[in-house]
Write a protein that binds this ligand. Structure first.
Ligand code: GLU
Length: 317
């Protein structure tokens, strides 16, 4: 019989996972110094329920680099701006390939498989940029995420953004390759600048779970009630998160956790239980696919304890 008390469930999960030794937490991303020096000992968990209550445990108020979790917010902005035209430039299929893979782009004529692999996210950034000024687009993204979370203190870590740019040879290659197929705007530099800055958004678990509320609430802004996106669009963003949110580990995540989620190489995951909860977890150590090792484990435990699943929507807390 599961313990139905959510605060107790969160504390129990945090205590159990926090007790694990370093060797069982996975290595942290080390492609840039700012991520390499993050301690693998962090663990944070935040859950916002549909009634607005917020429940946190562990390091839920420590900011971290959300990295590819930002791809969810950017897809939302691109869909707001371009509607279904987004799907002329990016697909909706799981890739089964690594997050930064270039191989499928050749046979698929520069159209990335989905908006959550790097190639797809760079095209989405290009659509959000829409030929405009990268600096003002970065400001728009920051304002959008702050508004979703209801928190003006959210910021972009410029050290991370600059390191992303300095080491971003593969992302630059992806952008140029897609440009050769005519699937990028005039200047790839602007889209890449926006992409590197969105990856450098710094949020706590609490802020991230708050920012994800619109996906739990059928696309509605949690306080104004206005549509961030239509209900049909919110449902489809969730579908893409379930099928494509963990790169070549997406099937495994859906099997083990059973709710939509998007991971980032900083060790964060945003997960959505439609109608019920917006969840953020952070543990910087990664598994072989670049997804948070303990973060995934925590969500698996949480789904098990609460009964939350998109495959049994009536079940659970
Ligand atoms: N900044 C990373 C990159 O583009 C993001 C990857 C991720 O979070 O999975 O390589």
């Amino acid at each position: 019989m599961p313990d139905r008390d959510l605060p107790t469930i969160l504390v129990n999960i945090t205590q159990e996972l926090d007790a694990l030794p370093i060797e069982q937490r996975g290595p942290v991303a080390d492609y840039i110094p700012a991520l390499a020096r993050v301690s693998p000992e962090h663990f944070g968990l935040a859950v916002v329920l549909a009634d607005g209550s917020v429940h946190v445990a562990g390091d839920a108020n420590v900011p971290f680099s959300i990295q590819s979790v930002s791809k969810v917010f950017m897809l939302t902005m691109a869909l707001q701006k371009h509607g279904d035209d987004v799907w002329k430039r990016v697909g909706r299929e799981p890739s089964g390939s690594a997050f930064n893979s270039i191989v499928q782009l050749e046979t698929e004529h520069g159209i990335p498989r989905n908006p959550f692999i790097n190639a797809g996210a760079i095209v989405v950034s290009d659509m959000v940029l829409n030929g405009g000024d990268p600096r003002s687009a970065i400001g728009d993204v920051l304002r959008f995420v702050r508004d979703l979370a209801g928190d003006e203190t959210i910021s972009i870590d410029n050290e991370v953004a600059n390191s992303e740019a300095v080491t971003g040879f593969r992302n630059t290659a992806l952008a140029n390759y897609m440009k050769s197929f005519g699937n990028m705007g005039r200047e790839v530099e602007g889209a890449l600048k926006l992409y590197f800055h969105q990856c450098a958004l710094s949020l706590t678990c609490r802020q991230l779970a708050l920012a994800g509320r619109y996906l739990m609430l059928d696309g509605q802004h949690p306080t104004s009630g206005k549509a961030i996106v239509d209900v049909a669009v919110a449902r489809r963003i969730n579908a893409l998160m379930l099928l494509c949110g963990h790169y070549d580990g997406s099937g495994e995540f859906a099997y083990r956790v059973g709710i939509p989620g998007k991971s980032g190489v900083g060790g964060g995951i945003l997960a959505i239980v439609p109608g019920k909860a917006s969840i953020a977890v952070w543990s910087p150590g990664l598994n072989a696919r670049g997804n948070s090792l303990l973060g995934t484990k925590a969500l698996e435990m949480l789904a098990e304890e609460t009964g939350w699943s998109v495959f049994m929507p009536g079940a659970g807390l």
